[in-house]
Design a protein around this ligand. Structure first.
Ligand code: C2E
Ligand code: CA
Ligand code: CA
Length: 821
């Protein structure tokens, strides 16, 4: 520190020392000046003149106020004070601009001394020293202190001998030592172990010009515990640039370290589970490029890591799949964060691997997507099984051909295609003729083999694009795209030819044929319709003698439809009691009295129309509905007969029986039950059967008739004369009566031939002891002629039309007689 207190100088005593003083003043860094009572500069040294901004000569005689106008307001009161009081003013801080250096504010320390002569103050002597550097240093130090003290980091410094010189509050908080305790002590007290050489190493490093060190290290606290710190060690240099000490900034990183350790552990755990997981795992960037994959992914795709990381897997994508990347994009856009899919990938050997893929978008804490986490599980085996099962579900196990389900599907698609192309689709329905016989005589395994052979032969006969399916049993269906009727027919005939070729199974040479129904699609065609209609055509082919092909035409469908509709209607009609029985009297031509009545069924539609049996009986027979209907008619007739017999005990009843009913195994039992239930005696019931029936199945019919006969029932041949050949059967079957067909009665008296025939039938019946009834008597002439031919009974519109029960009852009650003479 420069001493600025100069001795008070008295001019009288100074004469000897004047020169010496002069020299001293000119050499000192202090500014000196003498000012008179008018505050004019009397003398000043060069230092001060320079500071004031010009030469000594220029300033001599000048007013101080003019020389330093900026500072004048600060110094004037000081001058005045000295002049007025005669007292010095010492060490006053003056602050302001300096003419010498305008870059910053300067600070001076000034002292003002009164100069007295003979007890009178004649002037003032001033001593000024520039303290700008010192003030700045102090300010900087204060700033630094305020920074270091306020810092959350421990800041301290040490000398070359490792003596601590500074210690901020955070250092105290971190290490436990107060500033008082540690300043002056060795910084090595913070070393984690005794005899640490760390400090000298650092010193050596920094003194040889090394850059500040930043190290993660462990320090020991006052209480002996250890603390992890991040420490920056910087050199503190003196003016000459020599290393004077070290400064330390230490930051507690215990928590960071722990967090880091936890993170590492978690990462390691993740790494282990990621890498060793049995399921494939991959991290995929938002750009669809995988950044990491595990072993299982490599195994699944049969490719090394290097091939899978850093590029999209489009190359391995199965051509039928939309690339996953595109799907991901769409999902992300629509805000979906996770989705699962089953996808195919290609392995290098060209094989396909199925993977169940699950993808989740991983977002950062602010919700922004960062990457995808993708899991892949090899499900190839499961898929293969699914495919296998699907194949099995759609194929016939015996022949390997598509089954009905797949056929229907293909047909539907084929129809759509043909509609688009404006072409026609052909369908063939093939049924092996008498396949049941093969099965029955040669066994099922032989039948199976036969079906396999037929399947192969059909496949061999169709065009390359056509397909054949097994529809069921011994039925096959061929579907031909874009085909015309002649082409379809040509293929069908080819199939018939190959099927006809002898088949060798084990030791048997089998000859089979097939019937084929053909159809070509039209605009209204549906798969179902095509199958039904080709089936109908196939039936027609069977009816036409088998080993044939038949093209569908609309009449087939009309019949089939009618049949379907009627079946449903008949069943409904029976449930709703829409059937009713009419009765037509049978008159004894000798006495004119009624001996019997024929039960004739009617169908009363809800719309009021009365349907005659000719319109629905054939259909009821075809569909089997005749069995319940016939049973109902029989029951009704018997119940009614019981009522009539109360008024007319000799009354009997005739009921018609159709072929189907007679072939029904249970017919005898059913009839017997009705008789028992109603109390009608068998001899009062006639069952009318048509001649044609007898020719159908002689043996089983004969058996049934015998058993019916055993119930005491009378059996009648209806419509007699229509089939001549049956005459021979008359003796074989236990018949009781015949009904001469209406067509003969029609010709009576007109056609000689008919008259002769009726006469012959009546004579023959009498000879065979059969009762005879003539049907369809419409005129009096016919009745008279019949009487002339000694026909005992007659029935016809002329006598009475079929009538409802109530009318018939009235007729019975009135004991009506017909005129017979
Ligand atoms: P069918 O057994 O030959 O019955 C006589 C048919 O001739 C009856 O017709 C009757 O109304 C009709 N008919 C009677 N007199 C005359 C006549 O003077 N002139 C003409 N043109 N026709 C006459 P329907 O009632 O229409 O029955 C037709 C056929 O339906 C019957 O022929 C019979 O085969 C069958 N049928 C009627 N009811 C039943 C039944 O309950 N079961 C069975 N299986 N078949 C029945
Ligand atoms: Ca009849
Ligand atoms: Ca008849």
């Amino acid at each position: 520190m420069v001493p600025i207190h100069a001795p008070i100088v008295d001019e009288n005593e100074a004469s000897d020392t004047g020169a010496l003083l002069e020299m001293l003043i000119s050499k000192t860094p202090l500014g000196f000046a003498f000012v008179d009572r008018d505050l004019r500069i009397v003398r000043l040294n060069e230092v001060l003149a320079t500071v004031n901004g010009s030469t000594v000569r220029d300033q001599l005689g000048q007013l101080v106020a003019d020389v330093i106008p900026d500072l004048w307001p600060q110094v004037e009161p000081l001058y005045r004070h000295v002049l007025d009081s005669g007292e010095p003013v010492l060490d006053v801080k003056i602050t302001g601009p300096s003419s010498l250096d305008t870059s910053k504010t300067h600070h001076w320390l000034a002292s003002y001394y009164p100069i007295s002569r003979a007890g009178v103050v004649v002037g003032i002597g001033t001593v000024t020293v520039d303290i700008t550097d010192r003030i700045e240093a102090e300010q900087q130090h204060e700033r630094i202190l305020s920074i270091t003290d306020g810092s959350g980091d421990a800041i301290f410094s040490s000398t070359e001998l490792s003596i601590v010189t500074n210690w901020n509050p955070s250092a105290e908080a971190l290490f436990g030592f107060s500033a008082d305790e540690i300043i002056g002590e060795s910084v090595e007290r913070l070393a984690p172990a005794e005899g640490a050489t760390e400090y000298s190493l650092l010193w050596g490093h920094l003194s040889s010009g090394g850059l500040p060190e930043r190290l993660e290290t462990t320090r020991r606290r006052k209480d002996g515990s250890l603390v992890d710190v991040l420490m920056t060690v910087s050199p503190v240099r003196d003016h000459a640039g020599a290393l004077a000490g070290l400064s330390f900034i230490a930051h507690d990183i215990t928590q960071e370290r722990e967090a880091e350790r936890d993170r590492r552990a978690a990462e390691e755990r993740f790494e282990i589970s990621f890498q060793q997981a049995g399921i494939g795992a991959a991290l995929v960037g938002l750009d669809g490029v995988p950044t990491r994959v595990n072993h299982a992914v490599c195994d699944l795709l049969a490719r090394p890591k290097e091939q899978l990381i850093g590029r999209r897997w489009t190359d391995y994508n199965h051509p039928d799949e939309i690339p996953l990347w595109q799907v991901l994009q769409a999902k992300l856009v629509s805000g979906v964060d996770s989705f699962s899919d089953e996808r195919r990938y290609l392995r290098p050997n060209g094989s396909t691997v199925w993977a169940s893929v699950h993808i989740r978008t991983v977002r950062n804490s602010s919700g922004v997507p960062e990457y995808y986490f993708m899991q892949l599980l090899d499900i190839t085996d499961t898929k293969r099984m699914e495919v296998e099962l699907a194949h099995r579900a759609l194929h016939d196990t015996l022949t390997g051909l598509p089954n009905r389900a797949l056929l229907t599907d293909r047909l539907t698609h084929g129809l759509e295609r043909s509609r688009r192309l404006g072409s026609r689709l052909g369908v063939m329905f093939l049924d092996i003729d008498d396949f049941k016989d093969v099965n029955d005589t040669l066994g099922h395994s032989c039948g199976d083999e036969l079906l396999r052979i037929v399947a192969r032969r059909v496949q061999g006969a169709i065009r390359p694009g056509d397909s054949v399916a097994r529809f069921g049993g011994d039925e096959f269906v061929v579907v031909c795209d874009e085909i015309s009727v002649p082409e379809l027919d040509e293929i069908a005939s080819r199939i018939l030819v190959v099927i006809r070729e002898p088949i060798q199974i084990e030791d048997n040479e089998i000859h089979i044929t097939a019937s084929i129904g053909l159809i070509i699609s039209d605009d209204e065609a549906t798969a179902e319709r095509l199958l039904q209609d080709s089936d109908l055509a196939m039936y027609r082919a069977k009816q036409h003698g088998r080993d044939k092909r038949e093209l569908y035409d609309k009449t087939l469908r009309a019949n089939a439809e009618l049949r379907l509709v009627t079946t449903a209607a008949l069943r409904l009609g029976l449930e709703r009691n829409e059937f009713t029985v009419y009765y037509q009297p049978v008159v004894d031509l000798v006495t004119g009295s009624m001996v019997s009545a024929e039960a004739l069924v009617r169908w009363e539609h809800p719309n009021g129309i009365l349907v005659n049996p000719d319109e629905f009986i054939p259909l009821a027979e075809q569909t089997g509905m005749i069995i319940p209907i016939g049973a109902w008619v029989l029951e009704q007739a018997c119940q009614h007969l019981i009522e009539w017999q109360e008024m007319m005990p000799s009354m009997s009843i005739a009921v018609n029986l159709s072929v189907r009913q007679v072939l029904d195994q249970d017919i005898t039992k059913r009839v017997e039950e009705v008789l028992l239930r109603t109390g009608v005696s068998g001899s009062d019931l006639s069952l009318e059967l048509t001649e044609s029936l007898l020719m159908e199945d002689v043996h089983s019919c004969a058996r049934t008739l015998v058993s019916l006969k055993a119930l005491g029932i009378r059996l009648v041949i209806d419509d007699f004369g229509m089939g001549y050949s049956s005459l021979s059967y008359l003796k074989k079957f236990p018949f009781d009566a015949v009904k001469v067909d209406r067509s003969f009665v029609d010709g009576l008296g007109i056609e000689d031939h008919d008259t002769a025939l009726v006469a012959a039938i009546v004579a023959m019946a009498a000879a065979l002891d059969l009762e005879v009834t003539a049907e369809g008597v419409e005129t009096r002439d016919q009745q008279v002629l019949l009487q002339g031919l000694h026909c005992p009974r007659a029935q016809g519109y002329y006598l009475a039309k079929p009538m409802p029960f109530v009318d018939m009852s009235r007729l019975v009650r009135s004991s009506h007689h017909w005129q017979v003479d």
